[in-house]
Structure formats: structure tokens, C-alpha cells
Design a protein around this ligand. Structure first.
Ligand code: 0O2
Length: 231
């Protein structure tokens, strides 16, 4: 290929990349605009607030039952337009909020962290029994960790929101995991952004091994706690 042809091709590719970048930004802006309609954020925050109140009560209930600390953290987030867009692209779906509302389960997400492995399951059981919570899907990445080693219990639920004269159902993803699993996933999340960088593959392997160590440690700590309880 002649030098001139090569330069023209590079310039054409650059133009295409810029056009693609602009299209992407426009679609993210459209998602953001739609999220600003119909009190979307307020209703999502409302759902997070309801689950936070439930988590607080469960924490107190179990703390009284066992005479020890149960939960260590609660956080909630509304998925950002950028993250919605990226997930829709990953799933090869149309990149608009309407599709996201139909197809993504984690537009609203809450995370509960606790000290011990059995607490994860007890918290989940209590939540599942609540009359106003409808379980849509349960994913036990503790019993069956993801390929990369990710561990967490995910409950996809629908909860009712009463808002003025209106009633609607809001889907929320509840992630419940131990502190050790949470600590692990923070590092894995950072690694996700460095996937194709040199050294990332080696780090991913090391992290996968640590996931097994986390699982073993969680198990040992729970057994030790039981022994200490009997002393
Ligand atoms: P972000 O940025 O946290 O929002 P589904 O259609 O429900 O079957 P989905 O939603 O991909 O498919 O389900 P999954 O695998 O349960 O993932 C939901 C969320 O769990 C993710 O949201 C992450 O928050 C978390 N998660 C899942 N897998 C991993 C993992 O390997 N590492 C870490 N660190 N977190 C994970 P997002 O949208 O991917 O990310």
C-alpha cells in the first residue's frame, strides 16, 4: 500500500472513532435525560431507603438473637447512565433507558456486608420471607463462585413503592457478602479496568487464588466463632 493510501486510511479510521465516540456520548446523554423524568431518581432512592430500614431492623433482630455484631455496612446506588450504557452494549441490547428498565436487574442496587458466612444466608432468608418483597431471582456466587473468583449472594427482588396516590413496583439487586468477600471484590473491580494491560493476567490469577483463601478463611472464622461461643 502506498504511503498516501496508508495515511488516508488512518485518517478515515480516526474520523470513524470520533464519530463513534460522539454517538456514544449522545446515547449516554439521552439515557441521563430520561432518568431525569418522572421522578426516576427519587423513586430509586425511595427503594434504597426502604431496604436500608429493613436491613437495620434485621441487624438489630439478629444482634439481639446472637448477642454480637452482625452487619458491618449498607450502601445503595442508582446505576449511572455511563454504567447503564456500558452494560447494554455488553449485553448487545439497544442502548436506551426503556430497554434497561426491562432487561437490567441492577438499575437500583444495595449491598449488605456482614462478618460471618452464615449471617449472609440468614439475612437473605429473613429478607425473602418479608411479605412485601417478591423474589425474582437468586444467584448464589458463594456456593458457585464466578470464574474469576467473585463471591456474593445476589437477590433480585421487587418491592412496592407507594408514592402519593400512585403505586409501583421497583426492582432492586441486593448483594449480601462477608467483609472478606467485599474486600476481595474491591480489588477485582479495579482490575476490571486494566484487563488488557500487561501484568493484568498474572494479577487476575493471583486474585483468583486469594478468592479461594477468602472462602477458606470465612469458613474457618465461622467455625472458630462457634467454638468460642461454647467456651
Ligand atoms: P456495577 O458497576 O457494579 O454496576 P443478569 O442479567 O442479572 O443475569 P448481571 O446483571 O450481569 O446479569 O448479573 P451479575 O453477574 O449478578 O452482576 C450484577 C452486579 O454484580 C455487577 O454489576 C457487579 O456490581 C456485581 N458483580 C458481578 N460479577 C462481578 C465480578 O466478577 N466482580 C465484581 N467486582 N463485581 C461483580 P455491573 O453492572 O457489572 O457493575
Amino acid at each position: 500500500m502506498s504511503e498516501h493510501k496508508k495515511t488516508t486510511e488512518i485518517q478515515e479510521n480516526k474520523k470513524e472513532d470520533i464519530k463513534e465516540g460522539i454517538r456514544e456520548l449522545e446515547q449516554i446523554a439521552a439515557i441521563r435525560k430520561d432518568m431525569e423524568k418522572d421522578q426516576y431518581y427519587l423513586l430509586c432512592q425511595y427503594a434504597i431507603g426502604i431496604l436500608e430500614a429493613k436491613a437495620k431492623i434485621i441487624d438489630e433482630q439478629l444482634s439481639m438473637k446472637y448477642g454480637r455484631e452482625i452487619m458491618r455496612g449498607f450502601s445503595g446506588r442508582v446505576k449511572s447512565p455511563e454504567s447503564i450504557y456500558a452494560k447494554l452494549v455488553r449485553k448487545e441490547l439497544p442502548t436506551d433507558l426503556e430497554t434497561a428498565r426491562k432487561k437490567l436487574n441492577d438499575l437500583v442496587g444495595v449491598r449488605i456486608t456482614c462478618l460471618f458466612l452464615d449471617d449472609v444466608y440468614e439475612i437473605a432468608e429473613i429478607l425473602k420471607k418479608q411479605r412485601d418483597i417478591t423474589l425474582v431471582k437468586e444467584k448464589d456466587y458463594i456456593a458457585k463462585p464466578k470464574k474469576n473468583g467473585y463471591m456474593s449472594l445476589h437477590l433480585i427482588v421487587d418491592i412496592p413503592i407507594y408514592f402519593g396516590d400512585n403505586f409501583l413496583s421497583k426492582r432492586v439487586e441486593i448483594q449480601i457478602r462477608t467483609l472478606a468477600m467485599d474486600f476481595w471484590s474491591v480489588l477485582e473491580y479495579q482490575l476490571m479496568y486494566k484487563r488488557n494491560v500487561s501484568g493484568a493476567e498474572k494479577a487476575a490469577k493471583e486474585l483468583k487464588n486469594y478468592s479461594e483463601e477468602v472462602a477458606a478463611l470465612d469458613e474457618k472464622m465461622m467455625k472458630l466463632r462457634n467454638k468460642i461461643d461454647k467456651i
